[in-house]
Design a protein around this ligand. Structure first.
Ligand code: FAD
Length: 470
């Protein structure tokens, strides 16, 4: 343990924000301690978020392909079945390997790792209740709060992680539910809904808003929803959950139109509540040292990630901005660089967002709705994957690429990709946006053939001129 030796940097929370900040601080030569209460490093993302969800999305996709697509490619099996414990085992192994990997990185970079619950005693001292029942005081010249977020329930719904589950329970069901109701059509609900739909659950998504994933470009969203409907997911939009009855064998939901009106009921074996996440600062003692938060509990910081209390910083899901792992990591690096006296900056307008369904949806920059609202004149270039040779060759051609560029300068404002591997393809666009590239810049860049990346090039051609292949 660090005992009472003073650290240059103390990080509270070992998620993607905290562990990355800790490693970077150590790399910059700062004496660093990271405090984490969970028992394993990696935070929400590695333990109950990004990683286990992507493991199950991949496994369930393989099953679904084997069952429904392999035969048309000439690959035949007498039968295909799901071994759910094995599938969960594969996911758990991935999580265990990655969280242990971060412990290894801490050792390699000489980050001191303290297990336990951290609470502020003063702006430069954190008391840690250790899992063994002991207590330690960790001192630091700079303290970074990276305590992340936690699942949010809805009024009148109690999550028991068995029949009424959060994403955490939905990642660890012991049986495939016959009927799964997903409350909340954000990306987490749609990803988890996809997993169980592929494994055979009848999935109904109930959403209060008129649209799924509200932050998405409207045109892309429409095609995305249609694709999910083809995969047999049902959507009840503009609908609110008015009550939940768990007294019977099945959970009974009472639903009501968002605008009010006649109620209906819906039965489910399992209900997944995915109605957003809240910043997590319970027991941290923010009041004690006077750290300011906003109405929904997010810690307020300036452009240096500094809170109103000198020497206390905050990064990741616990501050405003996109609640994404890669954003938390960028925050962590920039925050520590500035503590070390260097420059650091994160542009939240250029954080890519990905939904890891099949096909995937990935975007960066502005949606068409946002561009319209800005009032700038713009050009749109689109290219369907149906006209992309690689997508056709592998018979996975649902989707499109859409580029928005400023009319006068051709500067790219936003890129939206709906298609297989969109989450990998988007980074060329992220780089383009960072460098202030025009659509012509992408269009005149030689892209390998046959790749799906050519669809981005053709969409760029369509933005300022004409595409070749359609
Ligand atoms: P967290 O990861 O929440 O880490 C905070 C850590 O701090 C936790 O481990 C917690 O135990 C610890 N902690 C809290 N308080 C204390 C304390 N007082 N003392 C000690 N330790 C404390 N994002 C993506 O970018 N891509 C995805 O594909 C993706 N998929 C997701 C899927 C699901 C199901 C969920 C739930 C989330 C997903 N996310 C994804 C979001 C992502 O997990 C978060 O944005 C990210 O984990 C935020 O990182 P963080 O470091 O700010 O906080």
């Amino acid at each position: 343990s660090s005992g009472s030796d003073e650290n240059d940097v103390v990080v509270i929370g070992g998620g993607p924000g905290g562990y990355v900040a800790a490693i970077k601080a150590a790399q910059l030569g700062l004496k660093t301690t990271c405090i984490e209460k969970r028992g394993t490093l990696g935070g929400t993302c590695l333990n109950v978020g990004c990683i286990p969800s992507k493991a199950l999305l991949h496994s369930s996709h393989m099953y679904h392909e084997a069952k429904h697509s392999f035969a048309s490619h000439g690959v035949k099996f007498p039968s295909v079945e799901v071994d759910l414990p094995a599938m969960m085992g594969q996911k758990d192994k991935a999580v265990a390997n990655l969280t242990r990997g971060i412990e290894g990185l801490f050792k390699k970079n000489k980050v001191n790792y303290v297990k336990g619950y951290g609470k502020f005693i003063s702006p430069s001292e954190v008391s840690v209740d250790t899992p063994e029942g002991g207590n330690a005081v960790v001192k630091g010249k700079n303290i970074i709060i990276a305590t992340g977020s936690d699942v949010k329930s809805l009024p009148g719904i109690t999550i028991d992680e068995k029949r009424i589950v959060s994403s955490t329970g939905a990642l660890a069901l012991s049986e495939i539910p016959k009927k799964l109701v997903v409350v909340g059509a954000g990306y987490i609900g749609l990803e988890m809904g996809s997993v169980w739909a592929r494994l055979g659950s009848e999935v109904t998504v109930v959403e209060f808003a008129p649209d799924i994933v509200p932050s998405m470009d409207g045109e892309i969203r429409k095609q995305f929803q249609r694709a999910l409907e083809k995969q047999k997911m049902k959507f009840m939009l503009k609908t609110k959950v008015a009550g939940v009855d768990t007294s019977g064998d099945l959970v009974k939901l009472t639903l009501e139109p968002a605008a009010g009106g006649e109620q209906s009921t819906l039965e489910a074996d399992v209900v997944l509540v995915s109605a957003g996440r809240s910043p997590f600062t319970a027991g941290l003692g923010l009041n004690k040292i006077g750290v300011e938060t906003d109405k929904i509990g997010r810690i307020l910081v300036n452009e240096k990630f500094s809170t109103n209390v000198s020497g206390v910083y905050a990064i990741g899901d616990v501050i405003p901005g996109p609640m994404l792992a890669h954003k938390a990591e960028e925050d962590g690096v920039a925050c520590v660089e500035m503590i070390a006296g260097k420059e650091g900056h994160v542009d939240y307008d250029m954080v890519p967002g990905v939904v890891y369904t099949h096909p995937e949806v990935a975007s960066v920059g502005k949606t068409e709705e946002q561009v319209k609202a800005l009032g700038v004149e713009y050009c749109v270039g689109k290219f369907p994957l149906l006209a992309n040779s690689r997508a056709k060759a592998i018979d996975d051609a649902e989707g499109l690429v859409k580029i928005l560029a400023e009319k006068e300068t051709d500067k790219i404002l936003g890129v939206h990709i709906f298609g297989p591997n969109a989450g990998e393809l988007i980074h060329e666009a992220v780089l383009a946006l960072h460098y202030g590239a025009s659509s012509e810049d992408i269009a005149r860049t030689c892209h390998a053939h046959p790749t799906m990346s050519e669809a981005l090039k053709e969409a760029a051609m369509a933005t300022y001129d004409k595409p070749i292949h359609i």
